[in-house]
Design a protein around this ligand. Structure first.
Ligand code: XUL
Ligand code: CO
Length: 439
């Protein structure tokens, strides 16, 4: 069962060489052990690889067949393919110096034709992954169940109108939680691509959302009873593949968690391209989650300014990620979460080394953003300008308003007394330039 095969031939461990380096197979900014504030870069960023895109993505799209040859998928036996995929992933993580990975149940091994066959396969591959983790120190950032690919989920999984489908989804989640616990995973994710609807004409939305809440309670109870001490994460997305997904955005998910009493166990996994599909910025979604104390983890990628779908490209926008890193740092950073590259190389990027370039680029971009954000916070002007904007609430009547000591009538009286307030600039361009100084 053990393999010593090399899939990424000729790729030596990627080293930090500094920003003057011409070596395309080196980091220019990501220097894992460099201190940024109180933590090292690797402690801040906690990068993870995504099994589905990086070791399962073949380059198919709705218009065309696979373009990529993934040598670890060439074995005849599905369990052997699972072992080989794990070998490839661990080899890749070692080369990049990435310590975490994320998986769906059926990324680890293909689903069988019967539930018990799938379970047997999964247990074998999980045992192998556990052994590899022991040998290498690599860890699971999060596990999840694929509740969207199989045709049975075409009407939803936990929200399917067919109870038999809900049972299948539950079985998968039970097994995926077991796998996550067995592998010591720090988080368990729910992304509900099919938990939503295509048409209200055939949908009892209220009943479906109650089923989703019931399902999450059962999963939480099972996990807690069976040794899962990590964080449960919900990953918002507004649409695709459902026309309307119930976990639309961070605010919607937080309201749902509050309504159904799930706030103590669940946090949010915010994905860049999901935020932009919801017509928000990534930093907006992070801030909404942070304000509720629910900023759990991130799925890193980027959309496309012209296309309106989930293109899942690797991140490369330092300016935008600097804003995101400001939110993360001000919220105190990750606890159990991290940065999972839920991103894929383009369909015509067909060399294996393209996967290495993609991750180097993503990691360097986040490293630059982290450095810039920390420098902005250390400089302090950004923080003090924002604080100053609210200075009228720091003392006097403004403070009384904040502490609930004034009525609407009191405010009316104060308005009459104060006269028309003078205009105070929001200084947006000044702040944008300030950010630019540090990126
Ligand atoms: C889909 C997506 C998923 C989740 C895990 O848009 O982001 O890959 O991250 O199911
Ligand atoms: Co994702």
């Amino acid at each position: 069962m053990k393999r010593t095969h090399t899939y990424f031939k000729g790729i030596k461990p990627i080293a930090f060489e500094g920003k003057e380096s011409d070596n395309p197979l080196a980091f220019r900014y990501y220097n894992p052990r460099q201190k940024v504030g109180k933590k090292t870069m690797e402690e801040h960023l906690r990068f993870a690889v995504a099994f589905w895109h990086s070791f399962g993505g073949m380059g198919t799209d709705p218009f065309g067949a696979a373009t990529k040859t993934l040598p670890w998928l060439s074995a005849k036996d599905p369990v052997q393919r699972g072992y080989n995929k794990i070998d490839a992933a661990f080899e890749f993580m070692s080369a990049l110096g990435i310590h975490f990975y994320c998986f769906h149940d059926y990324d680890l091994v293909e689903e069988g034709s019967m539930l018990n066959q799938s379970e047997e396969r999964l247990q074998k591959v999980v045992a192998y992954a556990k052994k590899k983790q022991k040998e290498t120190g690599k860890q699971v950032l999060w596990g999840t169940a694929n509740l969207f690919s199989h045709p049975r989920y075409m009407n939803g999984a936990a929200t399917s109108p067919d109870f038999r489908v809900v049972c299948h989804a539950a079985a998968q989640v039970k097994n995926a939680i077991d796998a996550t616990v067995e592998l010591g995973g720090a988080n368990y994710v729910f992304w509900g691509g099919r938990e939503g609807y295509l048409s209200l004409l055939n949908t009892d939305m209220k009943r479906e959302q109650e089923h989703l809440a019931r399902f999450l309670h059962l999963a939480r109870d099972y996990g807690r009873k069976n040794g899962f001490k990590g964080t449960f994460l919900i990953e918002p997305k507004p649409m695709e593949p459902s026309k309307h997904q119930y976990d639309f955005d961070a605010a919607t998910v937080i309201a749902f968690l509050r309504e159904f009493d799930l706030m103590d166990d669940f946090k949010l996994n915010i994905e860049v391209n999901h935020a932009t599909l919801a017509h928000h910025t990534f930093q907006h979604e992070l801030q909404v989650a942070a304000n509720a104390g629910l900023l759990g983890s991130m799925d890193a990628n980027r959309g496309d300014y012209q296309n309106g779908w989930d293109t899942d490209q690797f991140p490369n926008n330092v300016y935008e990620l600097t804003e995101a890193m400001l939110v993360l740092l001000e919220a105190g950073g990750f606890r159990t979460g991290g940065i999972n590259f839920d991103a894929k190389t383009r369909r015509n990027s067909t060399d294996l080394v393209d996967l290495v370039y993609a991750h180097i680029g993503g990691m360097d971009t986040f490293a630059r953003a982290l450095l810039a954000a920390q420098a902005i916070l250390d400089d302090g002007e950004y923080v003090s300008l924002r604080k100053k904007r609210y200075a009228s609430f720091d003392t006097g009547d403004g403070k009384k308003f904040e502490t609930g000591k004034l009525s609407l009538k009191d405010l009316h009286a104060l308005a009459g007394k104060a006269g028309e307030p003078e205009l105070i600039s929001g200084k947006q361009e000044y702040l944008e330039n300030l950010l630019n100084k540090f990126v």
